[in-house]
Write a protein that binds this ligand. Structure first.
Ligand SMILES: [Zn+2]
Ligand SMILES: [Zn+2]
Length: 284
């Protein structure tokens, strides 16, 4: 499995590229844009500098940083029953898809979001799929959609693998093909035992049965301090959380998922150590 990191675009795409090259990454994940200085609302945005975007895109095309995935930044209400909220989220999604394409992204990672109070998962999934199809229709050459599992809980959809399978069916019916990204910390918080080798095997077997292993093109390799099944979003440095090496080793050595890329989404500051940990587990 190719290994890479989620890197910040706070200093721009060029800085992320240069950091990725320094670290010898085989895959890279970034957000589509940075927030404007001094503003904290997710939808205050700054278009990536075109020259820097071209540079990154060219580096991806020549294979310098392996695969580039772009993770959605702020599209919170795609499943909302409120027409104005979802219209706004569809616009935001289309803009992010355009930026992701311009940066050279081949994959666009998206979470399912929550259905509205008084609605239900089936309706939420349908509205979400309609929104995604509408956004994709307006963006030529957009990167491939990759739907990620989340910690789940409450009205949040995408905690169970079955949620992703139902959404992919809705998307396919609207002409939007999609792949799957599996986050180990999110799976753990959603109640899957991905810490043990046997538990990881069961999780991956379930994914292979629901999606087909080739459709799982990304993993987010994160340790976590969250309690199992707690629905809590938490990422921890490798070796300092509850997951540890056993399940990770199983994941990294499953031949049916060797085509996928594994991205670490860690708190900043220990990139080298986290990469070294996962590389050692992979190569051990
Ligand atoms: Zn994510
Ligand atoms: Zn993730």
């Amino acid at each position: 499995m190719r290994l890479g990191l989620h890197l910040s675009v706070r200093q721009g795409p060029r800085a992320a590229l240069s950091r990725g090259l320094d670290l010898g990454l085989e895959a890279l994940q970034i957000l589509p844009y940075r927030r404007r200085p001094g503003e904290d609302e997710g939808f205050r945005w700054e278009k990536p500098d075109p020259a820097e975007a071209r540079e990154l895109s060219a580096a991806v095309a020549r294979g310098a940083v392996g695969r580039l995935a772009v993770h959605s930044r702020y599209v919170p209400f795609l499943a909302s029953t409120d027409p104005e909220s979802r219209r706004r989220s569809r616009e935001l999604l289309a803009r992010e898809l355009g930026f992701a394409r311009d940066l050279g992204g081949r994959e666009f990672v998206l979470h399912l979001g929550a259905y509205s109070p008084g609605s239900d998962p089936a309706e939420g999934t349908r509205i979400f799929a309609e929104g995604v199809a509408e956004a994709y229709a307006g963006v030529p050459d957009a990167p491939r959609l990759v739907m990620e599992n989340v910690p789940g809980g409450g009205r949040r959809m995408g905690g169970r693998l079955e949620d992703l399978a139902a959404l992919r069916t809705e998307l396919a019916a609207r002409g939007v093909p999609s792949n799957v990204c599996l986050d180990t910390a999110h799976a753990w918080a959603a109640g899957y035992d991905v810490a043990s080798a046997a538990g990881m095997d069961a999780f991956l077997d379930a994914a292979a049965a629901l999606f087909g292993a080739p459709a799982v093109t990304l993993f987010h390799l994160n340790d976590t301090q969250a309690e199992p099944g707690s629905n809590r979003e938490h990422h921890e440095h490798w070796g300092q959380g509850r997951l540890g090496a056993a399940g990770l080793k199983r994941l990294l050595t499953r031949p049916d998922f060797s085509h996928a890329a594994g991205i670490l989404e860690m708190p900043p500051g220990r990139d080298e150590e986290n990469l070294a940990y996962v590389r050692a587990v992979r190569n051990d």
